[in-house]
Design a protein around this ligand. Structure first.
Ligand SMILES: Nc1nc2c(ncn2[C@@H]2O[C@H](COP(=O)(O)OP(=O)(O)O)[C@@H](O)[C@H]2O)c(=O)[nH]1
Ligand SMILES: [Mg+2]
Length: 302
């Protein structure tokens, strides 16, 4: 049985231990071997759910989890916790305020401290995401923020869902100003606010403009998570985006993310000078950035 199969058979305690090992010994041979195996066996599509604090991300994720479970899909969630930003970075256990049934083996939720250092979100969140991606049917990464962090989540997720709430134009302004990348899907939260939610959706529609022919045209869904409204439609859009990506678009997106992570990882460990000594970081499509990091580490140590 491979390490990855043993992990899958070991349930949530085994997965919690594996994530703790990634945190403690990110460069250990066993860690990198497990991550290589996980990278080679992607199962889930990764949805990134982002937006400002209080917009309703965690509530929405709770509703999405319930709906995915009803569809028979298993779900892994990483919630990046900004409040622990300077606490040194830790996989924190179930601190996220996401409602789940603890007895359900088909749902796994972990919080991750956002590291306030060069590697940023990508440093630990990427390996943790890759591991969950090999084990669950659906993976969700929750990140907080407006502007820059929306771009960071695009380095990690296949599908970016930006949450905006009625009566706040922040995210839209960042998008228009080009500070944040256009999301794949916009969820207008707190749809129970009625006409204000409709207006927010119309503003988002106007702000996003028209996609070029052949490009993805961002979807907009109004959701009221506590009432379960709009949840199935949002899942439908996430699936539609996954189908649109399927094949070469998905491969290209993931290869670009892997390359980006590799660059951050090399720079964090060896500085700018190491980065230039490492030479071209191009990764073949499907090639694991973890194995490549190990090879670069060996050659730079010589
Ligand atoms: N009225 C209304 N309140 C909501 C809705 N979704 C979330 N909230 C409330 O908004 C607040 C922030 O929700 P939370 O999910 O923690 O937001 P997060 O910080 O983006 O994860 C909480 O008080 C929620 O109860 C909604 O659909 N309607
Ligand atoms: Mg939250």
């Amino acid at each position: 049985m491979s390490d990855l199969d043993a992990l899958a058979a070991g349930g949530k305690p085994a997965l919690a231990r594996a994530l703790a090992n990634i945190e403690r010994e990110p460069d250990a041979a066993a860690t990198l071997a497990l991550l290589d195996a996980a990278y080679a066996r992607p199962r889930a599509r990764v949805a990134g759910i982002t937006g400002p604090p209080g917009v309703g991300k965690s509530t929405l994720i709770g509703a999405l989890i319930a709906a995915w479970r009803r569809q028979g899909r298993s779900v892994g969630v990483l919630a990046v916790d900004p409040s622990s930003r300077r606490s040194g970075g830790a996989l924190l256990g179930d601190r996220a305020r996401i409602a789940t049934d603890p007895a359900d083996e088909g749902v796994f939720v972990r919080s991750l401290a956002a590291r306030d250092r060069l590697g940023g979100l990508a440093d630990l969140a990427m390996p943790a995401t890759i591991l969950l991606r090999a084990l669950f049917d659906v993976v969700v990464v929750e990140t907080v923020g407006v502007g820059q962090s929306e771009t960071e989540i695009a380095e990690l997720a296949d599908t970016v869902v930006l949450c905006v709430q009625p009566g706040s134009g922040d995210s839209l302004q960042y998008m228009k100003a080009g500070i944040a990348e256009a999301p794949d899907i916009v969820a207008v939260t707190k749809g129970d606010l009625g006409p204000m939610a409709q207006r927010a959706a119309a503003d988002v529609r106007a702000g996003l403009g028209h996609a070029a022919p052949g490009d993805w045209s961002p979807a907009i869904e109004i959701v009221a998570a506590p009432r379960g409204q709009g949840i199935d439609a949002l899942i439908g859009e996430i699936d539609r985006h996954a189908a649109w990506l399927d094949g070469s678009r998905l491969a290209a997106r993931r290869a670009a993310q892997a390359r980006h992570w590799l660059e951050l990882a090399v720079r964090e460990r060896f500085g700018r000078e190491g980065l230039s000594r490492a030479g071209a970081l191009d990764l073949a499509e499907g090639a694991s950035p973890f194995g490549r990091l190990r090879a670069i580490t060996k050659s730079l140590a010589r």
